[in-house]
Ligand binder design. Structure first.
Ligand code: SAM
Length: 393
């Protein structure tokens, strides 16, 4: 494919991660579809195209012909492979079937698909096999193995492993093997995507509360005061920082849980005096309950560990602290990362940057929707890289 104009369609379009990438390479969008009304509005606001709705209700003949089909389709189970019944039987009832029927009808030159990392191992490899074999059966060449890639390999500070599937119509050639030298991974720093606080409208909306600050101060005191050879690699569960109850039968729990309970107990025994006094004070903080009374330290060792120097998330399993090189994957459910040094959540604009959307992108005015949409999106720079590889440009 030369850099001259080509046409593409954007299935499961979301807010148009593929759209951004394809347009930057000279593409023109001739059709988009997404079932979610908020995504369709964001798409229209940015690209002047109103996506159609549910793809399962759209006939292939009603979609314009195109050179490239793009789709970040949801990962679903297929019926067991092995019968070789062909894609029509094996993918029926899944959204991948809709990708296949559109490919079958239009036979575009290329297809670029994206999916969660789990697709590579999903259903013991059956899902990948059905996808791979269906695309081949439809007349496309693609690599035999799923390619897994993350924006942080490119120096973009987000760890987001996803499967990318590059397909070329068989009469046009092969996809070259894709190799990436992990030694060439660019060092990441979250600073490359952070906004200055004074340029964030309503910055106070992103600040963590005073109680939350106090809670983090308490946890800081905890990790700086406990005597341990190194900071615990196991989750700290404060309801388990106590003596073991001889009436409790630990064998009722799975082995991993028994292990964590014992380790918390050992930590308690070694630091009993400090922990007793700390717990008394921690219990006065109104946020010190449930997941916020648990800590998952994943930021390595430091002479004086300090959560305020790192990034952290409030997860159902506890407060997870990570080193401030790159963020964990943005997700559609709200577990937005907190930047310790700024004492605030990531802003939607920073999420846009983590997905390599330009600063001109107009995100949804409702922050919860904006976070969800960026959490679902595909990273634009990763798509550009794979599209160039696929087009051989
Ligand atoms: C993983 S997201 C893809 C996001 C997109 N690649 C982007 O960059 O924003 C999957 C999208 O598929 C949409 N979707 C799910 N079922 C659908 C259907 N039956 N028809 C059309 N869109 C659907 C969801 O609303 C969601 O936006």
């Amino acid at each position: 494919m030369s850099k001259k104009k080509f046409t593409f369609i954007d299935l499961f379009a979301g807010i148009g991660g593929f759209h951004q990438a394809m347009v930057s390479l000279g593409g023109e969008c001739v059709f988009a579809s997404d079932i979610d009304a908020d995504c369709r509005k964001t798409y229209e606001d940015n690209y002047g195209i109103t996506p159609e709705g549910d793809i399962t209700k759209i006939e292939a003949k009603d979609i314009p012909s195109h050179d490239v089909l793009c789709a970040g389709f949801p990962c679903q189970s297929f019926s067991k492979a092995g019968n070789r019944l062909g894609f029509k039987d094996e993918t029926k009832g899944t959204l991948f079937f809709d990708v296949c029927r559109i490919l079958d009808f239009h036979k575009p030159k290329y297809a670029l698909l994206e999916n969660v990392r789990n697709l590579a191992s999903h259903d013991h490899g059956n899902t990948w096999k059905v996808i791979h074999d269906s695309l081949e059966e439809l007349g496309y060449n693609l690599l035999p193995e799923p390619v897994i890639f993350s924006p942080h390999y490119l120096g973009i500070p987000q760890h987001r492993e996803r499967v990318y599937i590059m397909c070329i119509r068989k009469d046009l050639g092969q996809i070259k093997p894709f190799t990436f030298d992990k030694k060439k991974i660019h060092p990441c720093s979250i600073d490359t995507i952070l906004q200055d606080d004074d340029e964030i409208p309503n910055v106070h909306e992103y600040r963590i509360s005073r109680d939350m600050e106090n809670l983090i101060d308490l946890w800081n005191e905890f990790i700086q005061s406990i005597k341990a050879e190194k900071l615990p690699g196991f989750p700290i569960w404060t309801d388990r920082l106590c003596e073991l109850d001889s009436n409790e039968d630990l064998s009722q729990y799975p082995t991993w849980k028994q292990n964590f309970i014992r380790k918390n107990n050992e930590l308690y025994i070694e630091n009993r005096k400090f922990i007793n006094s700390w717990l008394k004070r921690a219990n006065k903080n109104p946020l010190f309950y449930g997941a916020k009374a648990k800590l998952e330290w994943q930021a390595g060792n430091a002479d004086i560990p300090n959560i305020w120097n790192q990034i952290f998330q409030l997860r159902p399993s506890g407060i997870r602290v990570k080193v401030n090189t790159y963020f964990p994957a943005l997700v559609a459910i709200v577990q937005t990362s907190i930047i310790g040094s700024r004492r605030r959540f990531l802003t939607p604009r920073e999420c846009a940057r983590l997905q390599s959307f330009p600063d001109t992108f107009k995100y949804d005015v409702k922050p919860a929707q904006a976070y969800k949409q960026f959490g679902n999106a595909v990273n634009v720079d990763c798509v550009i890289m794979f599209a160039k590889h696929m087009f051989n440009i």
